[in-house]
Design a protein around this ligand. Sequence first.
Ligand SMILES: Cc1ncc(COP(=O)(O)O)c(C=O)c1O
Length: 391
Amino acid sequence: MKYDFDKVVDRTGTESLKWVYPRKVLKVEDAIPMWVADMDFEAPPAVVEAIRRRAAHGVYGYPLIPPSFWQAAIGWLKRRHGWDVRKDWMAKSPGIVPALNYAVRAFTKPGDGVIIQTPVYFPFYHAVENNGRRLVRNPLRFDGRRYTMDFGDLERKLDEGGRMLILCSPHNPVGRVWTQEELEGLGRIAVERDLLVVSDEIHADLVYSGHRHHVLAALSPELAERTVTCIAPSKTFNIPGLSMAVVIASNPKLLEAFKDETERAGFELGQVFGIVGFEAAYSQGDDWLDELLSYLEANVDFMEKFLEERIPAIHLVRPEGTYLALLDCRGLGLEPAALNDFFLKKARVYFSDGAMFGEEAAGFVRINFGCPRVLLVEALERVERAVKELG
Ligand SMILES: Cc1ncc(COP(=O)(O)O)c(C=O)c1O
């Protein structure tokens, strides 16, 4: 291994949301935070070095985006996903959550139905509801081990007037890396029913062995016409604080509508370090990512074995991608509303409450296992002790 993912980095003093919230706001001083989606790893050295170099200049005026920034994204998408993208298909965004909000405003009108596949990353709900659109749920099906899409339900929701779907691919929090077949099934419906898809592919690079991410827009020209894809290096390289993302649409009408919306929101220029970090990550991050994926997959294996052997009342919904996973805790016999508090107060481990992602995930928590193994071991041992005390 060239990179040391076992290294424990003390984040004290960096005002890290992940660490400050459970410890200072919820006041469990020694809680291990395993909730919000940032990892406890340093960014790739190439990213750190690029930012250090830029920081050393000392003047941080309004930045332009250099051609090399777009080239880095184009190269990455070609190398990692076999997707040929052109610069004139792309627009920048200060993040994917902002992009989802811009997209809702750009492509729908107040009162229009926007479909999401629940349980799902909760800012999807906010993007719809905070902009005065009607939230339409197309719940995923769960067979006890794995989630799948429900196309019959989707067709019915379209009959009720859904115009746009926000797809999470790979899916947070259920950990699915949608197969080509599944995405083609969704794509057929989208084309037949004139549905616009905003495809949030922020987790596209974080996929484990035996699975492959498929870019929705790359599946067919008809689908590309009605798809807006959101990508970012922020989850992949652990740089969400750099606030830089890109939206891609080969349909010029969609791209222009998106850009008009960003302009109306007053977003004009990027952020100096975001631009530099984005480019360094996408142009020099390949080998770091390959090693990260091995490390994360070993974390999944470790966690699965640990739970099976030592805490069988908690079942891991094994993720096919992302560093997030649902833990099915219904076997503990606790009230869903009391679950996260139990983990925080009794185990001193802070997870995301499943119910935040939708009522379908009540009784589950989401673990963020993007951390050095020692932290994961300590967290699971704390959970084991707390569960034993339940009797
Ligand atoms: C599916 C999904 N979209 C978007 C984001 C956040 O994007 P950003 O930080 O670029 O707004 C996350 C973070 O966890 C996510 O899981």
